[in-house]
Design a protein around this ligand. Structure first.
Ligand code: 8X3
Length: 245
């Protein structure tokens, strides 16, 4: 393809972001991979014929420099984010909460504002935001993350109305349990705690989620998949799952 559509994926150095970059490249996009670990992005970019640009969504200057390097953009996948900690509100760590709101909420806000002009100018823009089932429900010990994911989802869902009349689609993808380094980050590198989250369950893989992103991004322009919730068969809610012993 001589002039392929450009997709930006944030948090593209690993997990859902990396798998999404690969899936979108296979679907015909030129993918710009953004993350702090730009060396990891560069390896994936080399593999899929994409471009790696350093990106820290918590830093306004980094986002501005990233956007300046991406003059053309048809698809933005807001994937950067994550959880830190799993404590009752009474024990909440303010720094963890700040990190979760900075990455999931303000990061999505910054990226969306920075790339919206290019998305509109493309004549066929699309914003996919990876939220979570934590944007759909509350669960014990999760208020920092569920709060941030609800706020991120509200930002995204508000745009669905605000951008009516503009050539921009909006898709929210809300995964449940996906085995990536999500839990390792949440538990500050504690592998045993992270493994325990997926004990006795076949969780979703990053590729399972990436397939859904690519599906939403490759529908005809008039088809807007508003919200897609995906979970492993064994998971009913964030806190209720069937585990093989
Ligand atoms: C991750 C899903 O259930 O840990 O976004 O909140 S959950």
């Amino acid at each position: 393809m001589s002039n392929p559509p450009v997709a930006v994926v944030t948090g593209a150095s690993s997990g859902i972001g990396a798998a999404t970059a690969r899936a979108l490249a296979a679907a015909g996009f030129h993918v710009v991979l953004g993350a702090r670990r730009v060396d990891r992005c560069a390896e994936i970019a080399a593999e899929i014929g994409g471009t790696a640009v350093r990106l820290d969504v918590t830093d306004a200057e980094s986002v501005a420099a990233f956007a300046a390097a991406v003059p053309r953009c048809r698809l933005l996948v807001n994937n950067a984010g994550g959880a830190k900690g799993l404590e009752p509100v009474v024990d909440a760590d303010e720094d963890d909460w700040r990190w979760m709101f900075e990455t999931n909420v303000i990061g999505t806000l910054r990226m969306t504002k920075a790339l919206l002009p290019a998305l509109i100018a493309s004549g066929d823009g699309h914003i996919v935001t990876v939220t979570s089932i934590a944007a759909m429900e509350a669960y014990d010990n999760g208020a920092g993350y569920t709060g941030a994911k609800h706020a991120q989802a509200m930002l995204h869902r508000t745009l669905r109305g605000e951008l009516l009349g503009q050539p921009v689609r909006l898709t929210e993808i809300a995964p449940g349990m996906v085995e990536t380094d999500f839990s390792l980050v949440r538990f500050d590198g504690d592998q045993e705690k992270a493994d325990n989250v997926y004990r006795g369950i076949t969780p979703l893989t990053a590729e399972d989620v990436a397939d859904v992103v690519a599906f939403a991004a490759t529908r005809p322009s008039h088809v807007n998949l508003d919200q897609i919730v995906l979970k492993p068969r064994a998971q009913a809610t964030a806190m209720r799952a069937f585990r093989e012993s």
